[in-house]
Design a protein around this ligand. Structure first.
Ligand code: HEC
Length: 146
C-alpha cells in the first residue's frame, strides 16, 4: 500500500516534504525487516529446501530435538557405522533385517518406525517422498557430522 501511495504521488508530482519523511521511515523499517529476514534465513538454511519440501522439517531440526532426533545427533550416532538393522520397531528388535547403513536408513525414512531414539514413531515418508529424494536426504544427514 505504501508503495502504491508513493507511486501515486510521484505520478501526480505531489511528493512533499512530509511524504518524503514518511517514506523514509517506511523504507528504513522495510530495510530493517529485510535484514532480520536475511539473518533468520541464514539460520534456517541449515535445513535444505528438499527437507522442507519433503515435510521432514515438521519433525526434525539440525541441532535440536523436535518430534524426531536432531539430524546432527543422527549423523554422530552412525559415524563410522557400516551396517544397520531395520525393523519397524527398532534395530534391536528380534528379526531386524541387517543391511548397509545407507539402505537401512533409506528404508527407515521410507517406511517409518520407532525404537532407535525412543518410542515416538517416524511416520512413513514414502511414496510422498521419492526414493531418490530420500537417498539425497539420508546422505545430507549422514554428512553433517563429517
Ligand atoms: C512425523 C514426524 C517425522 C517426520 C515427518 C520425519 N521424521 Fe525422521 N524421525 C522421526 C522420529 C520420531 C524418529 C526416531 C525414530 C526412532 O526412534 O527409531 C526419526 C528418525 C529419523 C532418522 C534416524 C533413523 C534411525 O533409525 O536412527 C532419520 C535419518 C530421519 N528420521 C530422517 C528423516 C527424513 C529424511 C525425513 C523427511 C523425508 C523425516 N525423517 C521425516 C520423526 C519424523
Amino acid at each position: 500500500m505504501a508503495w502504491a501511495a508513493m507511486s501515486n504521488s510521484l505520478i501526480v508530482g505531489k511528493l512533499n516534504l512530509m511524504e518524503l519523511k514518511k517514506m523514509k521511515s517506511i523504507i528504513v523499517s522495510v530495510v530493517a525487516a529485510a535484514g532480520l529476514m536475511a539473518a533468520g534465513s541464514v539460520l534456517a538454511t541449515d535445513m535444505p529446501e528438499l527437507a522442507k519440501k519433503s515435510g521432514c522439517t515438521a519433525c526434525h531440526k539440525i541441532d535440536s530435538k523436535l518430534v524426531g532426533p536432531a539430524w546432527m545427533d543422527v549423523s554422530k550416532k552412525y559415524k563410522g557405522v557400516k551396517e544397520y538393522a531395520y525393523s519397524p520397531t527398532g534395530s534391536a528388535a528380534a528379526g531386524a533385517k541387517k543391511m548397509s547403513l545407507e539402505e537401512g536408513l533409506m528404508m527407515k525414512v521410507a517406511k517409518g518406525g520407532t525404537g532407535n531414539w525412543g518410542s515416538v514413531p517416524m511416520t512413513a515418508n514414502s511414496p510422498k517422498v521419492s526414493d531418490a529424494d530420500i537417498k539425497t536426504l539420508v546422505h545430507f544427514v549422514l554428512d553433517l557430522a563429517k
